[in-house]
Design a binder for this molecule. Structure first.
Ligand SMILES: NC(=O)c1ccc[n+]([C@@H]2O[C@H](COP(=O)([O-])OP(=O)(O)OC[C@H]3O[C@@H](n4cnc5c(N)ncnc54)[C@H](O)[C@@H]3O)[C@@H](O)[C@H]2O)c1
Length: 391
């Protein structure tokens, strides 16, 4: 059976981890054919650590222009994701973009249009969608057995990062190099899951604090209030400065409450709908009765290799992706709306003015300073998802 010849563009933390996943045979339908990196040190790493058969290019453009690969994974800093995905599609290559889909929705919309015009596979690396607990939440909410959502709270402060992390690349945590902070680097996973499970809000108000806990110019502490078209409300809280952090995703529905805390999912199911009970009960203080329900999941959580196997499967056999590429714009819409709301100091209705967002972002880019005194390190990305401390 033919394997998908894959090229990886950007072999820093994440790209090098994808290389190892593939050469260690965790994606049987994929063969690592090429890698590209603009940095010589990364190319030297590739020559020393990857099989000799893997071609090494000096940048993503050169890899795409060569006819060696069937598909690419774009694992560069975020601003480059849409440009390289569009270029890959134009050269007839299937494309998988790392998260986030890009930095601003206007740019990502162009990428989605290019993908829609092609007959190629376009996917997003939303590896946390492979986690059985989030898949279960998605299934339960979408089945409507628990009724409509009333309230969503996600406190995700479990993304601890040190100053050494921020100093490890000149692009990191700068408006010019990255386009944002915790919302754009760590939270794309959570914002994607939030929209995948609960749908999109109609209004967002956020308070973003720049460089509150680190010496950086972008946000590292955010509290956002969300309003949904159904009348449900939500709160999303995140930071890279709390230790130990919290990861508690709580959805209150008409007939029960789902709580996912530190990767453990519980459901308290009511005997009747609270909405019905509220107006029929004769008692004043007594809440409707219910019980904890044992939830069965398949227990699987393959993360990155799950996304890569599904990508190869879609190319070779037409089987479903973990996340369609076109869906990447949704989580980015949430983070752009949070930034815009904080910059303007008022709530932002969705869809927001994408040109205004870009004007505001560009104001910040104009005075942005790429990092000096950078100490390049390739970190182990193994603990970048899931709780590090169970409390
Ligand atoms: N899915 C996940 O769990 C996960 C985890 C970490 C990072 N990421 C994402 O992966 C991307 C990269 O993050 P990272 O931490 O690996 O960054 P990094 O700085 O360690 O690596 C990025 C690499 O891309 C290279 N590069 C830049 N432009 C290039 C180009 N045009 N052609 C070829 N190479 C180019 C850089 O030289 C660098 O080596 C980010 O978008 C990040 O959000 C995803």
């Amino acid at each position: 059976m033919k394997k998908v010849k894959i090229g990886i563009i950007g072999i820093g933390n994440m790209g090098s981890s994808h290389c190892n996943t593939i050469i260690n045979n965790q994606v049987p339908d994929m063969e690592l054919a090429a890698v590209a990196d603009v940095k010589e040190a990364k190319r030297n790493w590739a020559k020393e650590n990857l099989p000799e058969s893997v071609a090494v290019f000096e940048d993503g453009d050169a890899l795409i222009e060569d006819s060696l690969c069937d598909a690419v994974i774009v694992a560069t800093p975020h601003y480059e994701h849409p440009r390289l995905v569009i270029k890959a599609l134009e050269h007839g290559l299937h494309a998988l973009s790392e998260k986030p889909a890009g930095v601003y929705t206007k740019q990502v919309r162009e990428m989605n249009e290019a993908a829609a015009k092609s007959n190629l596979v376009f996917a997003m690396m939303f590896n946390q969608r492979t986690n059985h607990v989030y898949r279960k939440m998605h299934e339960l909410v979408h089945s409507k057995t628990l009724g409509a959502i009333k309230r969503v709270n996600w406190i995700i402060t479990d993304w601890y990062r040190t100053q050494a992390y921020y100093n490890s690349g000149e692009w990191r945590a700068t408006w010019e190099g990255e386009g944002g902070g915790v919302l754009l680097n760590q939270c794309p996973h959570n914002l994607d899951l939030l929209q995948w499970i609960c749908g999109m809000p109609s209004s967002v108000q956020a308070f973003c604090h720049n460089g509150k806990w680190h010496d950086i110019e972008v946000e590292d502490d955010v509290t956002a209030y969300l309003e949904y078209p159904s009348g449900a409300t939500g709160v999303f809280v995140t930071t890279t400065g709390d230790a130990p952090g919290t990861n508690r995703f709580e959805i209150t529905l008409e007939k029960g409450k789902l709580v996912c805390e530190s990767d453990k999912l519980t459901l308290y199911q009511l005997d009747v709908s609270e909405r019905e009970y509220c107006f029929t009960a004769t008692e004043g203080f007594k809440a409707p009765e219910g019980q904890y329900v044992t939830l069965e999941t398949d227990g699987k959580n393959p993360q990155h290799s799950g996304v890569l196997n599904a990508f190869a499967g879609k190319i070779l056999y037409g089987t479903p992706l973990v996340a369609e590429g076109a869906e990447g714009i949704n989580g980015l819409t949430l983070s752009n709306a949070m930034h815009l709301s904080s910059w303007l100091g008022k709530p932002v209705k969705l869809p927001f003015d994408e040109d205004l967002f870009l004007t505001e972002l560009n104001k910040r880019r104009a005075t942005s300073k790429l990092k000096k005194n950078v100490k390049e390190v390739t970190f182990d990305t193994g603990s970048t998802y899931g709780s590090q401390v169970k409390l």
